[in-house]
Design a protein around this ligand. Structure first.
Ligand code: PHE
Length: 339
């Protein structure tokens, strides 16, 4: 029996087949009903008892060798099978289409990076808010027009539950929870009840910033905004601050950047002024700090807020706000990113 086993083993090792038919013949000759290995199993009962253990092992090993050999021959055959015979491995692969990122995401991430280098962290909050966080805590007078249904979306006509009109609400939530120093930017969607046009939409995105600490001054705000504008638009950009009014900041200002299309000379985009308005800012009103239990004698702070759509419009010279929401492939496909 031993010699038979080694004879068959040798045969298996030498086996070569050139097609699947020959392979099947080989399988039948070894493992078929009357195959040589099958035969060994039926002869096994004649093996002397004291040899059964060892011979049994040999026969089993032989069977496994045969199975492995058949499998590997089959694999080789499949690779060299006819349908692959004209396979040219040197051909370049099919072109792979990269997606593009939405301009709002691109700008948002750029803004994150800029403010990250200044030590700001990101804070987020709910889109459905209450009156306190959107208006009252921020010093909006009872009769302020922003509280009107015309400007704000209320939920089921409940005067206290509404869609936030700015992400200043997140700043309030942070101030209520955290002790100064606070340095956060608050990105997110905001909602205003406006007719949709090329220049206005009822949904848009904001990033607002807040810094509260001891001795924070207006010059800190100005330097931060200058740094931000230069990082975003390049070193040549100029900024200017115009006095303005917001209920939650005092003094308040609006910031313009020199028009990046005409370089400040005046063109149709900047309506021949040479300047483009990009954000609102100011020193956090004492009442707001106190509303959030922050000692306004010890601490001061600045805040600023901007619309991401507006920044992206200037950066990429997009003329119509509605394009951001239409998901038109031709529009979106223009914004390639390295990621
Ligand atoms: N919250 C203001 C808005 O939505 C922007 C702003 C933020 C202005 C912070 C001043 C300070 O228009």
């Amino acid at each position: 029996m031993r010699s038979k086993i080694s004879e068959i083993r040798e045969k298996i090792e030498k086996y070569q087949v050139s097609n699947l038919k020959e392979l099947e013949e080989m399988r039948v000759a070894l493992l078929g009903k009357k195959g040589q290995i099958t035969q060994l199993f039926s002869e096994f009962r004649y093996v002397a008892d004291n040899e059964k253990k060892e011979i049994g092992k040999l026969v089993n090993n032989l069977k496994n060798t045969a199975i492995d050999k058949i499998a590997s021959l089959k694999e080789n055959l499949e690779v060299s099978d006819e349908k692959f015979s004209n396979l040219d491995l040197s051909l370049p692969g099919y072109p792979f289409k990269f997606g593009s990122r939405h301009p709002i995401s691109l700008v948002k991430e750029e803004l994150y990076d800029i403010f990250k280098t200044l030590g700001f962290s990101i804070a987020e909050g709910p889109e459905i808010e209450d009156d306190w966080h959107v208006f009252s805590s921020l010093n909006f007078a009872e009769e302020h027009p922003a509280r009107d249904m015309q400007d704000t979306f209320f939920i089921e006509n409940k005067p206290d539950i509404l869609l936030r009109t700015h992400t200043s609400s997140v700043q309030v939530r942070v101030m209520e929870k955290q002790k100064p120093p606070i340095r956060v930017i608050c990105p997110g969607r905001v909602f205003r009840n406006e007719a949709i046009s090329a220049r206005a939409h009822c949904i848009f995105h904001q990033i607002e910033g807040l810094y509260v600490d001891e001795n924070v001054s207006f010059s800190d705000l100005k330097q931060t905004l200058l740094f931000f504008a230069q990082e975003l638009f390049g070193d040549e950009i100029k900024i200017r601050l115009r006095p303005s009014y917001f209920p939650f900041t005092e003094p308040s200002a609006e910031m313009d950047v020199s028009c990046n299309l005409c370089g400040g000379k005046g063109c149709a985009v900047c309506k021949h002024t040479g300047w483009l308005e990009i954000l609102g800012c100011g020193m956090v009103d004492k009442n707001v700090l106190e509303n959030c239990n922050i000692d306004s004698k010890k601490y001061s702070g600045y805040a600023f807020g901007m619309g991401i759509e507006r920044i992206a419009m200037i950066k990429y010279q997009i003329k119509d706000l509605r394009l951001y929401f239409e998901n038109d492939y031709r529009f979106l496909n223009q914004f390639k990113s390295v990621l």
